[in-house]
Design a protein around this ligand. Structure first.
Ligand code: SAM
Length: 278
């Protein structure tokens, strides 16, 4: 089949009440994301990156007035070839889907993906990140983006956390949601995994005795553990850490924002591995 004919299979939708649009809009709600196992990613670059990285797309939506723009039609064709439904919609429909006045011209609906933690073994030079009950979607998105930039091998979401596939979180990841493997674990599952692989578990704590800059991160793969925004690390987790690190502070602030603290820890843990040449 020629490229022209495949693009011809695109379905045009103008009505806000179209059931397909209603279902896609529904993905802004956690309940619907959980039921369907799908999520929304906005923006042409994100959709292109996701397809390149082999994520499964079920629907691609693009604005009618974006049709002639570079990469839009080839991306629609790629989505069609991957078996996705492709919808050409008005800007108003896109605004409704993403709840934005100035929506991105392209939105993709993708299958969520979590890895299996028990199949992972932290390897030499790897840094893993574990987040205890992270609550704030913006924090989680920023952390996923930062973990990607620092070269972390994966993120373990420990306990009940905010949904990494929420629209706000995906936005904040700036595409890194497709690059960093995510895992879910209960506290016992996470601790059993750490114990099995004997990877040093470096917790972060406002009462930590160790200055984070003095830890030797070169010795072994490290698992960095960050505490919940309100409560910090519970005893059950902090007592399992091989060291409790603190980032020295001045001024009146009690603590650093979780995403900022995570960024400092990740880049310190990977300092010996990062260079301008890589
Ligand atoms: N009220 C909380 C507490 O008492 O721990 C504050 C939690 S803080 C906003 C969120 C997380 O960021 C902490 O659990 C810790 O993992 C990390 N964090 C923030 N500031 C830190 C610091 N100065 N040293 C080490 N970790 C820090």
């Amino acid at each position: 089949m020629t490229e022209r004919r495949r693009i011809g299979q695109v379905k045009e939708v103008t009505s806000l009440t179209n059931p397909l649009i209603k279902d896609i809009r529904g993905l802004t709600q956690k309940k619907n994301r959980e039921e369907s196992g799908q999520f929304l990613a906005e923006g042409l670059k994100l959709v292109i990156d996701a397809l390149d990285l082999g994520w499964t797309i079920s629907t691609l939506i693009y604005a009618k007035n974006a049709k002639g723009r570079p990469h839009v039609e080839p991306t629609a064709l790629k989505a069609l070839n991957a078996g996705a439904l492709v919808l050409e919609v008005s800007e108003k429909v896109l605004s409704t889907i993403t709840r934005r006045d100035n929506p991105q011209m392209v939105v993709g609906v993708f299958e969520q993906r979590y890895g299996k933690l028990d199949r992972q073994t932290p390897g030499k030079g790897e840094t893993w990140l574990a987040l205890d009950r992270v609550r704030d979607p913006g924090n989680l998105g920023t952390i996923i983006r930062t973990a990607d930039a620092a070269g972390a091998s994966g993120i373990v979401l420990v306990g009940e956390t905010t949904d990494p596939f929420a629209l706000e979180t995906v936005r904040a990841t700036m595409g890194s949601i497709f690059a960093v493997p995510l895992y879910r674990a209960s506290v016992p599952e996470f601790l059993a995994w750490c114990a099995k692989h004997k990877a040093p578990l470096v917790g972060t704590h406002l009462e930590g005795a160790v200055d984070y800059r003095t830890i030797d991160f070169k010795k072994a793969p490290t698992v960095l553990l960050m505490g919940n925004e309100q409560q910090g690390l519970p005893q059950e987790l902090s007592s399992a850490c091989s060291s409790l690190a603190r980032i020295p502070q001045q001024g009146r602030a009690d603590s650093l924002n979780l995403a900022v603290a995570t960024g400092l820890m990740l880049f310190e843990a990977r300092r010996h591995l990062l260079s301008l040449e890589t």
